[in-house]
Design a protein around this ligand. Structure first.
Ligand code: UDX
Length: 447
């Protein structure tokens, strides 16, 4: 009989995973503790913006006309426990307030709520990003608290999906990593992922700590690449070099590669910043903090770029206070093709300038509602053109395609001064200059 799958937590990760499992042909039940999320998902609506996800969901959610009916949602743990053979835990692990460590309370409570309902053989699979050592602890908890005892097994299967590409990354992962303790667990996970494995996704089998570490070390490496190029951007600023050319030139070495070497205002979002901090905190607990002290530098290079953008803006406005200056900010989300503003460098820069007296007007294609609720005191406009109207300087802070397609001549008519700062090294400098703009990008003082 085909495996039945459950997905606990329906955020970016869980909603995508649930829809993808249904797409792969499984019967799926998703659970969340927030009733509004479940109501929306039952109607085939996605609680956030993620390209392609709503279509995928609507193709499978039971009750939607023309759907396969393979995907259902519940808030009832007993129903979930009864239904599933394999239970994926996809709840979030945010940074703890005032600390570097991650908050495990959602994972812990998901496992505690599920355990009493595991009456027969079941595999619980953690996908959340957790401190190394968590899987070991949770496996012991399950064996003790599930009525099925040792037949309620645990596995760890970290998720590498990128926001904006979540559907693609979930259906066609570039690798599948499973931390397992038994052949049975491995066999079940091979069954779950049979389709992507057949299509060529490598399937890497590890122990628990390695699986947990793969995720945090991958994110640390990515963060390191970005901060490395941003450190080079600082040197380019000091020497008159051009970091975009530098990145291109070193990137031709395929040991280095060109990806993730785009200099600018740095990384943000719900993953990279909190994951490297939680990793440092965990290393400290394990007595291995020296191994990760470099991540402290990666974090501070990253956070410094936001301040550098503020100072560059000040310089371009003549060097004085921001009072009375109108600043247009293009972009609020932490990256394009997402509505996520968590730890967004763009909003951080906008907020700093606002707090220093600048009159900031923000426009973002998808992130306006989230930005407004996080920073209600900033000004907001309904289009890039409206944000730019009357501005003394324009800041390009999230590289949406819409911004690359803007007509610099039309914006030039609306702006008070034609000064644009590219915080993402993504605009066409020549096109803006031709339209009479003074164009400045981070790490490219001479370009
Ligand atoms: C990241 C990891 O890529 C993913 O594998 C993991 O599962 C979750 O964390 P995500 O947070 O969606 O994914 O964003 P990502 O595409 O990695 O970008 C992170 C940040 O880095 C963004 O703010 C982006 O603007 C910034 N970035 C990225 C740069 O500043 N320069 C680059 O060259 C690349």
């Amino acid at each position: 009989m085909a495996l039945k799958i459950t997905v606990i937590g329906t955020g970016y990760l869980g909603a995508t995973h649930a829809a993808a499992m249904a797409e792969l042909g499984f019967e799926v039940m998703g659970l969340d503790v927030v009733p509004e999320k479940i109501d929306k998902l039952r109607r085939g609506e996605v609680p956030m913006y993620e390209p392609g996800l709503e279509e995928l969901l609507r193709r499978h959610v039971a009750g939607i006309e023309g759907s396969t009916g393979r995907l259902r949602f519940t808030m009832d743990w007993a129903e979930l426990g009864e239904f599933g053979d394999v239970h994926f835990v996809c709840v979030n692990t945010p940074q703890r307030h005032g600390e570097y460590a991650c908050d495990m309370s959602y994972v812990d409570s998901a496992i505690a709520s599920l355990a009493p309902h595991l009456k027969g053989p079941a595999l619980v699979v953690g996908k959340s990003t957790v401190p190394v050592g968590s899987a070991d602890r949770l496996a012991a908890y399950l064996a003790e608290h599930a009525p099925a005892g040792a037949d309620a097994e645990l596995a760890w299967n970290p998720e590498f999906l990128r926001e904006g590409f979540a559907v693609q990354d979930t259906l066609h992962p570039d690798r599948i990593v499973v931390g397992v303790r038994s052949e049975r667990s491995e066999k079940l996970l091979r069954e779950v992922y049979a389709t992507p494995v057949e299509e060529g996704s490598p399937f890497v089998v590890t122990d628990f700590p390695t699986a947990e570490l793969v995720k945090t070390s991958a994110n640390s490496f990515l963060a390191t690449k970005i901060s490395f190029i941003n450190a080079m951007a600082e040197l380019c600023e000091a020497t008159g070099g051009d970091v975009a050319k530098l990145a291109e030139a070193i990137g031709y070495d395929d040991r280095i590669g060109r990806k993730f070497l785009r200099a600018g205002i740095g990384f943000g979002g719900g993953c990279l910043p909190k994951d490297i901090r939680a990793f440092m905190a965990r290393a400290g607990e394990l007595g291995a903090d020296q191994a990760l002290t470099f991540l402290r530098e990666i974090d501070s290079i990253n956070m410094r770029q936001r301040g550098r953008m503020v100072e560059l803006t000040r310089q371009e406005l003549g060097g004085g206070p921001f009072l009375g200056k109108r600043v247009a900010v293009l972009g609020a989300t932490f990256k394009p093709d997402s509505d996520d503003v968590r730890d967004s460098p763009a909003l951080n820069v906008a907020g700093q300038i606002h707090l220093q007296g600048g009159q900031v007007t923000v426009y973002d294609p998808k992130g306006m509602d989230n930005a407004r609720s996080l920073f209600p005191t900033l000004g907001y406009a309904d289009s890039a053109l409206e944000a730019v109207r009357g501005a003394h300087v324009v800041l390009h802070l999230t590289e949406w395609r819409e911004f690359r397609e803007l007509d610099p001549a039309e914006l030039g008519e609306a702006a008070a001064e034609r000064v644009v700062l590219d915080g993402r090294n993504a605009l066409d400098a020549e096109a803006w200059r031709r339209a009479g703009w003074r164009f400045r990008a981070m790490g490219r003082p001479g370009a």
